[in-house]
Design a protein around this ligand. Structure first.
Ligand SMILES: Nc1ncnc2c1ncn2[C@@H]1O[C@H](COP(=O)(O)OP(=O)(O)O)[C@@H](O)[C@H]1O
Ligand SMILES: [Mg+2]
Length: 260
């Protein structure tokens, strides 16, 4: 499904990822475990294309996506829920969903998307009541939930979830872990960045660990037979995942213009 082979990623002039390799199989859930600053977000952002690879290769369903812009990766069926949820604050929940529905249509996944709508509301019934609320006015837990639901609206083959449980009350974490387990049952592959080992164990039996080791260039084998060596250094910001123009000169996603 997803193969990451020896990627090196920089943020500005600082190298963050060194020779990171990992794979996620069909219908498999893998948790990328590492402390704060280990490079989990950098890994996820490299996969969705918000950061450019200096070298190495990312293959999705047999296709080399290493040089593809983020919106094309999304159209191939890579769903993404960022660490900060990344909701458009001025748009309502329902409008936030429309962005991924629009993408699903553009990528010929509309049929599955219609079906997935019902499944998403079955997963997150509470989201239905929030549909007219603006992203800005949601609680932390609601934002995380809506971000996952929005990614699901794309009818993805794989979901990238960056710290989906971070900063949430234990009862909300349990609620979200339950939802993630159900997503697994839907045969959607998952790659989850997680800094809490206990949570990692609750969602998957397989994990790839990232560790911060300044000054070392060695590659250490990790759980699951993978080599993951994210490095912690400084870097730069990110841009929009879904927009073909990356917000530079007028967005092509109709609803999106209002969200800026
Ligand atoms: N936008 C950024 N600007 C500068 N440095 C960054 C930025 N984002 C991340 N970094 C640095 O890159 C390293 C890896 O960060 P990150 O991938 O966010 O780790 P994690 O998600 O595992 O906490 C950290 O040391 C962090 O300081
Ligand atoms: Mg992170």
């Amino acid at each position: 499904m997803l193969e990451i082979a020896g990627i090196n990623t920089y943020r500005g002039r600082a190298q963050i990822l060194r020779q990171v390799s990992l794979s996620v199989g069909d219908k498999e859930a893998v948790v990328l475990v590492g402390r704060n600053g280990a490079g989990k977000t950098t890994t996820i952002d490299s996969i969705i294309g918000l950061l450019t690879l200096r070298s190495g290769k990312i293959t999705f369903q047999g296709q080399d996506i290493s040089g593809m812009p983020p919106y094309r990766r999304a159209r191939l069926g890579i769903g993404y829920a960022p660490e900060d949820a990344g909701l458009f604050p001025d748009l309502t929940v329902s409008e936030n969903f429309q962005i991924c529905r629009w993408l699903a249509q553009k990528s010929g996944r509309a049929a599955q998307a219609a079906e997935i709508d019902e499944r998403v509301y079955a997963l997150f019934p509470e989201v239905r009541e929030l549909s007219q609320r603006r992203g800005l006015y949601l609680s932390g837990g609601q934002k995380k939930m809506v971000a996952i639901a929005r990614a699901m609206m794309l009818s993805p083959s794989i979901l990238l979830l960056d710290e989906p449980f971070e900063g949430l009350a234990p009862v909300v974490v349990t609620r979200l872990i339950d939802a993630v387990r159900k997503i697994k049952e839907m045969k959607i592959s998952l790659l989850i960045a997680e800094s809490n080992l206990a949570n990692a164990g609750r969602v998957s039996r397989r994990s790839a660990q990232g560790r911060r080791e300044p000054g070392s260039d060695e590659h250490h084998p990790r759980l699951g037979g993978h080599h993951t060596q994210p490095h912690a250094k400084s870097g730069v910001g990110t841009s929009c995942v879904w927009c073909p123009r990356n917000f530079r000169s007028g967005c092509r996603i109709p609803i999106c213009r209002r969200g800026r």
